[in-house]
Ligand binder design. Sequence first.
Ligand SMILES: Cc1cc2nc3c(=O)[nH]c(=O)nc-3n(C[C@H](O)[C@H](O)[C@H](O)COP(=O)(O)OP(=O)(O)OC[C@H]3O[C@@H](n4cnc5c(N)ncnc54)[C@H](O)[C@@H]3O)c2cc1C
Length: 272
Amino acid sequence: MHIVVCVKQVPDTKIIKINPKTNTLDRRSAPAILNPYDAHAVQEAVKIKKAIGRGTISVLSMGPPQAVAVIKKSIEIGADRGFLISDRAFAGADTLATSYALSKALERISKDMPVDLIICGKHAIDGDTGQVGPGIARRLDIPPVTNVIEVSELNESEKTILIKRKITDGYELIQAQVPCLLTVEKEINSIEYSPMPNMMKAAKYEPIIWSVNDLEDVDRTQLGLKGSPTIVGKMFTPPKPEGGKRLEGNADKQIEQLMELLNDKKELFVSR
Ligand SMILES: Cc1cc2nc3c(=O)[nH]c(=O)nc-3n(C[C@H](O)[C@H](O)[C@H](O)COP(=O)(O)OP(=O)(O)OC[C@H]3O[C@@H](n4cnc5c(N)ncnc54)[C@H](O)[C@@H]3O)c2cc1C
């Protein structure tokens, strides 16, 4: 079983600041981390490998040379090896160009070792589109299963896998044929403490770095900014919601205050 997990380096959005003048992310204001959903994707690959008792977990990232850090983090969690595609030709990619570049790298990886399962996060916490996973599946012509919360019954001889996915009012159970691509929710597992040998391996680990010239049959017009039809029309910071009013005193006093507030807003309701 060869599992490839796509991992993205993202700014920690819990900390990042917005430049009030340009309304753009000030990327220097926050540390770069492994996209949290992708950490769960790697952890799930480790769980599947343990359940089967053998296999190889590769991780793949597209980004600048600093993205090596998220590959090392994935090795800490339990991945066996990592690939980084890094080249100026990939810069400025939207989701269409990102999924194209990643699918070309996946084709190259599967030439040496056929890929059975690709796992992505549900979304990246910066771009937040959730389009890259399904985009890769479409390009590789394999089924995508999104919002996965449980993987079980992986039958290697039948090449099937049982997947539980979250839907608005419950969940669905799907039996899919491998190879397929999953995008995972955080509740699929909890991240375990990394064992010391993994941490030591990660510290020394050097991933395989490919430039665009290392990929085969690449249409360069589909890469980077040139291959990105998305146009960002406007960026703005949404206004902060106004704080509500705190009701004070005992229950009777609070009811009085609430009635006053509702009376003040009466016209709002009547006019509708
Ligand atoms: C015009 C334009 C220009 C842009 N220029 C840049 C730029 O110069 N630099 C920049 O960083 N971003 C740029 N972006 C943002 C870029 O589109 C997204 O970062 C990228 O396409 C991934 O989309 P997403 O973040 O919505 O991922 P999602 O679709 O939400 O991610 C889902 C999953 O896909 C996988 N994944 C996503 N991206 C990667 C990756 N790079 N490597 C490995 N796995 C991945 C992960 O498993 C992730 O959990 C640009 C966007 C636009 C519209």
